[in-house]
Design a protein around this ligand. Structure first.
Ligand SMILES: [Zn+2]
Length: 474
């Protein structure tokens, strides 16, 4: 029973360190068709060759129906339990994909055990089992024929592609796992965009590209990066103009689409694909607050690291005039309306947290509190109907990607907003008035004060330089 033996051998490792991991991948052959239905169903499909409707009966679950997915997901749950109970395997399934994590020391025994369960219940895996296949055989035949069958099995590896994302568990035994988008997939999206830029882009094409980008950019790799910059693609996929309201059926390549393409060329470049690092250790998140006041547009920041609990950092300063003028140039809503401007300045406050405290935040989990609902929404989704907020939000998500932080943004009631006090320090001082109601307790709380840092006016247009700066900034 080598498989059972390995569990105890690795669990009682000689040097108390965690054993090295690797991951194998398998796919179920013919997916949903393995599952019977309660009775025969009739489906109708249009046959394009004979130009007529055709009727089919089916006694298995079919592709394209939601019920098939729901029904199918019960099966991997059963197989997971069988594998865990009988063989101590740690396999998980995403619909019909099997992700089989195992100890390196256990070789491919977990993958073999899963394959055996699948064989015994009569639901085959899609691995080709060819004697010459290097993914199916431990010792493949040295002279495989020139044309091999397509194989969906993947032998265990410390760097494995899962669902279009590259997962690197080579450092898992030290407590961290890295994810990054697959370079070939990124290159394909860029090629498609370049081809479209030389002709046209239909709503359908845009929709397909958005689907791929969603997987590449948002599936826990970049967070919200690229949502603001690629809005033109989303609008095209919905056949709407940039305001999101007016219907637009044009397929022409526009300046907005071109700027989205240039942004993606930058962020999806092979040499600078960000990696998402997931740490296993119980490292507490840093708590940060930002707030702004709408009279002189001052920003206040607070940061507290539970690992250094006696220090509470704060920063304050005015949102630069050029940034407010830039916002007015971008957004008609903001042009003559201070209420609109406050949203931009609140978003600049959230950005300032990342650019002022990079030394505290880099590589950490971050809990961020925000009381302005427009800035909150933009910080979470990367998007906003207001172009000026979106413009600041784009830098916010670039900064988060550059620092490699795990970000969670939460809305907080203004009355519980710790950064309200530092955003009003200027007001207390200049007016010599009664001061902020929490001035004294706040002053007693803060141990470290620094000026706020925001990108300079000349740096603002160069998003690539900004991303690189955030990566390097100590
Ligand atoms: Zn194979």
């Amino acid at each position: 029973m080598p498989i059972l033996a390995r569990s105890s051998a690795t669990a009682h490792g000689s040097n108390n360190s965690f054993s090295k991991l690797h991951i194998a991948v398998d796919d179920v052959s013919a997916g949903y068709n393995n599952l019977p239905t309660d009775r025969e169903y009739v489906t109708c499909a249009w046959d394009d060759e004979v130009k007529a409707a055709r009727f089919y009966t089916s006694s298995v679950m079919m592709f394209g129906s939601t019920a098939s997915v729901n029904h199918s997901c019960r099966l991997p749950s059963l197989i997971e339990r069988l594998g865990a109970r009988l063989f101590g395997t740690l396999a998980r399934a995403y619909v019909d994909d099997r992700v089989i994590t195992d100890f390196v020391a256990a070789g491919d025994s977990a993958q073999q055990a899963l394959a055996a369960i699948h064989r015994d219940i009569g639901i085959p895996l899609a691995a080709c089992q060819h004697a010459g296949c290097s993914q199916c055989k431990r010792n493949p035949r040295p002279d495989p024929p020139p044309s091999m069958p397509k194989c969906k099995g993947r032998r265990p590896s410390q760097i494995q592609e899962l669902l279009g994302v590259v997962c690197d568990v080579s450092q898992a035994h030290t407590g961290s796992v890295r994810y990054s988008p697959r370079p070939a997939r990124c290159a394909k999206v860029l090629r498609e965009l370049e081809a479209a830029s030389k002709s046209t882009l239909s709503a359908r094409q845009a929709e397909r590209l958005c689907g791929k980008l969603q997987f590449i950019c948002n599936s826990s790799i970049f967070g919200g990066v690229g949502r603001a910059q690629t809005l033109a693609l989303h609008r095209r996929s919905q056949s709407r103009s940039m305001d999101g309201r007016t219907p637009c059926t044009s397929e022409a390549w526009t300046a907005d689409l071109e700027s989205a393409r240039l942004f993606l060329e930058m962020i999806l470049h092979r040499d600078r694909l960000p990696q998402r690092v997931v740490e296993f250790q119980e490292s507490p998140p840093i708590i940060v607050y930002s707030d702004a006041e709408g009279c002189n547009f001052h920003i206040g920041l607070v940061a507290w690291d539970p690992w250094d609990p006696k220090r509470i950092h704060s920063a304050n300063g005015q949102c630069p005039l050029w940034l407010r003028e830039h916002a007015r140039s971008l957004s008609p809503d903001v042009r003559n309306d201070d209420d609109g401007m406050i949203n931009v300045v609140e978003m600049a406050g959230a950005l300032a947290l990342l650019t002022t405290f990079p030394d505290l935040l880099r590589g950490r989990r971050v809990f961020m509190y925000q009381d302005n609902s427009t800035a909150f929404h933009c910080a979470v989704t990367g998007n906003c109907h207001d172009a000026a907020v979106r413009d600041v939000g784009a830098r916010f998500h670039l900064a988060a990607a550059g620092l490699g932080i795990g970000l969670w943004v939460e809305w907080v009631n203004t009355r519980a907003q710790l950064a309200d006090a530092p955003s009003r320090i200027h007001e207390w001082k200049t007016h010599g008035g009664p001061g902020h109601e929490h001035e004294t307790p706040f002053s007693n709380l803060i141990t470290d004060i620094r000026p706020i840092v925001l990108p300079a006016e000349r740096e603002w247009p160069d998003q690539l330089d900004f991303l690189d700066q955030m990566r390097d900034r100590a």
